[in-house]
Design a protein around this ligand. Structure first.
Ligand code: PEP
Length: 264
């Protein structure tokens, strides 16, 4: 455990899982673990919208923050099915994921039929609108970026990630301190195929260069993609990796808290 660097940020993305009882139970168990033990990282859980209230109640009195998995950028109006930043504030949300590869329709092989992937329509422009709208409401965005397997094979990983980050950050008027950028290679999400820690650290360093050039030094750079208790220590051996976005392993209190422990 290190004390001479910024705290890491560990975010649990529950995706489309659990029900009211399950959310209460898991959030309460994580809160109990966090009270029993001193963690040196900041923790956030991101349940589906319908479970935010249950999770919020279960987290009462704990230091664990609540996050959402997506947002719409407008404040109100005829936008059926959408949730605004103001609604998230009202629900007690502090963080929100934007641009997750699943919301961009960039799935690993076979997850969604290609003809249906257009339903998941985020692109860099909509992600930028969401990122900005969240900041204006005091919610910390967690921007997800990452290349597909094909893009990596073609040697385009650095360029893809560079473009995804800079199209959101370069023209940003606001100071985004507290926000995060998560490097999430699409081929590593939900596949069990974690990125080599050296390579994850190298990509995190590239992202850090862009953030520094834009004077956004208060944004943490995370890694996401099949993070588990088995690989967390090797990932966190790298200072460039300032936290993790955890999907599958965040649905169990023991695996999630073990990852937090390794974050130091
Ligand atoms: C994610 O949800 O962003 C993610 C990285 O999932 P997993 O940890 O399951 O790969």
């Amino acid at each position: 455990m290190r004390t001479d660097r910024a705290r890491r940020l560990i975010v649990g993305n529950w995706k489309m899982n659990l029900d009211q009882a399950g959310a209460r139970h898991l959030a309460a168990a994580i809160a109990t673990a966090a009270k029993a033990e001193t963690y040196f990282s900041d923790m956030v859980i991101c349940p589906p919208y319908t479970l935010l209230h249950a999770a919020k109640e279960a987290l009462a009195g704990s230091t664990i923050r609540l996050g959402a998995q997506d947002v719409f950028w407008e404040e109100k109006g005829a936008f059926t099915g959408k949730i605004s930043p103001g609604m998230l504030v009202d629900a007690g949300v502090d963080y929100c994921i934007v641009g997750h590869s699943e919301c961009r329709g960039r799935f690993g092989a076979g997850a969604v039929e290609p003809r249906l992937a257009r339903y998941f329509a985020d692109d860099d422009e909509t992600v930028r609108l969401k990122f900005s709208a969240l900041l204006k409401h005091g919610i910390k965005p967690i921007l997800c970026v990452g290349e597909t397997e094909q893009e990596r094979k073609e040697g385009r990983a650095d360029q893809v990630v560079h473009d995804q980050v800079s199209r959101v950050i370069v023209a940003l008027a606001e100071d985004a301190t507290g926000a995060a950028v998560a490097y999430e290679p699409v081929w590593a999400i939900g596949t069990g195929q974690v990125c080599d820690p050296e390579e994850a650290a190298r990509m995190a360093a590239r992202i850090r260069e862009i953030l520094d050039r834009c004077r956004q030094t208060g944004i943490r750079v995370l890694y996401g993609g099949s993070v588990t208790p088995e690989n967390a220590e090797a990932l966190f051996a790298h200072e460039e990796i300032q936290g993790a976005l955890v999907g599958g392993a965040s649905l169990r209190v023991d695996s999630f808290t073990t990852i937090v422990r390794y974050a130091g």
